[in-house]
Design a protein around this ligand. Structure first.
Ligand code: FAD
Length: 395
């Protein structure tokens, strides 16, 4: 494993850092803060995304012909690390630039690419992801939002849930059941939906952290032009895989969710509350955090050698969830009774940590992947792969 940047990587890091230092926004609304001012968030994020785009940093993994920088995954990790360094790692454009955009590039028609890619990368249009449903999360192919073809439109009825940012999104990437007579992975179609379409109702979900960043989205006979179908009819699963793979790649290297240095500073400021148990837990957390850094270095090294990381992302996701949970616990313990009196970053970490064990694939799903790919255990038995969707038992 090589921990140092190669000369090429070091040059890229210096270029990225110089750009960010010179252009970083004076004021930055954290997208998932409990008390975020959404008006300021949208205005600030759009202005920042436009600056990034105009300087070739708007969607760095995209090919240059679509307004990207055409760099590889190692540079994307370095870029994410540099954004994290300045606290700019989380963006309301991530669904657009990291998920919708690459899927449109891979599966879109020339007209779709011309219509959607530039406004997306320039920050003019915000995208959300309408994949999960109350009965389809870990088993996404069980989705049941129904799409019926009507001339040159699709008429969609169903419910999507957990949709981050849907309440301010302009467009959504949407998976629908277009043919229930074939097995579940086969009868899915991938559509691009205008979030202002008649028949869309968005209801924010209140989180225990106090914020409302996620939504239930109800689709009631929403008419979507067939021109907004991404990829062939009933073969949307391939597009879904493209979206999810790109999501993982773009998120590689982000550690902005947790800063051990900030926790250590918090602990030093409250020395009177550091007993033997807390000291022990802090040391444990330090070790876990270092282990995560090493895993990240392993992924970067593999990518640098032209290899594809496999189960590392599952192990990293599991480690990140644990680190955030223990970090939030310790932050509160160090704050002592003050933790009850006012809201602050440690309360936020504590209340947000559980979601990291679910979002982007739950802990149990990651463990299944590790069991299969690292330990070589047999795949989970599936009896539903070849059964028509309409014949499957429904909850
Ligand atoms: C913060 C956050 C943001 C999100 N944003 C979006 C978004 O923008 N758009 C979107 O479409 N979705 C989004 N999601 C949804 C997310 O993808 C799902 O929550 C996730 O895939 C889990 O699905 P589920 O909630 O339906 O849980 P389920 O799949 O119902 O799982 C319930 C429990 O059963 C366990 N389980 C399920 N299957 C297995 C198995 N085979 N083996 C062992 N255990 C199993 C799970 O681990 C879990 O503990 C978001 C979720 C979170 C938490």
């Amino acid at each position: 494993m090589d921990f140092r940047d190669s000369p090429r990587e070091a040059a890229f890091r210096a270029e990225a850092r110089a750009f960010l230092e010179a252009h970083k926004p004076a004021r930055w609304e954290h997208p998932f803060a409990e008390d975020v001012d959404e008006h300021a968030l949208l205005a600030g994020s759009k202005a920042w995304q436009r600056t990034l785009f105009e300087n070739g940093w708007g969607a760095i993994l995209w090919p240059k012909e679509y307004g990207g920088r055409g760099v590889g995954p190692i540079e994307a990790i370095i870029w994410n690390q540099e954004l994290d360094r300045l606290g700019l790692g989380e963006s309301i454009f991530v669904v657009g630039t990291a998920m919708a955009g690459p899927t449109i590039i891979a599966h879109g028609t020339p007209e779709q690419k011309a219509r959607f890619l530039e406004p997306l990368a320039r920050g003019d249009e915000i995208w959300c992801q309408l994949f999960s449903e109350p009965g389809a999360g870990s088993d996404l192919a069980a989705l049941s939002a129904r799409a019926i073809r009507d001339g040159d439109h699709w008429v969609v009825t169903g419910q999507k849930t957990w949709c981050s940012g849907a309440h301010y999104a302009d467009w959504g990437i949407l998976l629908v059941r277009s043919d229930p007579s074939v097995p579940k992975h086969k009868g899915i179609t991938y559509l691009l939906v205008d979030m202002k379409s008649p028949g869309i109702e968005i209801r924010p979900l209140k989180q225990m952290s106090g914020g409302s960043h996620f939504n239930d989205v109800f689709l009631n006979e929403v008419r979507i032009p067939d021109a907004n179908r991404l990829g062939p009819e009933h073969f949307g699963w391939q597009g879904a895989m493209t979206t999810l793979l790109n999501e993982r790649m773009a998120l590689g290297g982000t550690s902005g969710f947790f800063s051990f240095d900030a926790l250590a500073e918090h602990a030093r400021a409250h020395k009177e509350r550091i007993d033997g148990v807390t000291r022990d837990q802090l040391a444990r957390l330090y070790v876990w955090n270092k282990a995560l850094d090493l895993l990240n270095a392993r992924v970067v090294t593999k990518l640098g050698r032209g290899q594809i990381p496999d189960a590392e992302s599952s192990v990293m996701k599991l480690a990140l969830g644990r680190i955030l949970t223990l970090g939030g616990d310790l932050g509160l313990r160090v704050a002592g009774p003050d933790a009850l009196l006012r809201r602050g970053p440690w309360q936020h970490s504590f209340l947000t940590a559980p979601s990291l064990h679910i979002a982007g694939g739950t802990d149990e799903i990651q463990k299944n992947l590790v069991a299969e790919r690292v330990l070589g255990l047999p795949r989970e038995a599936r009896s539903d792969r070849d059964v028509p969707f309409e014949a499957l038992p429904k909850a």
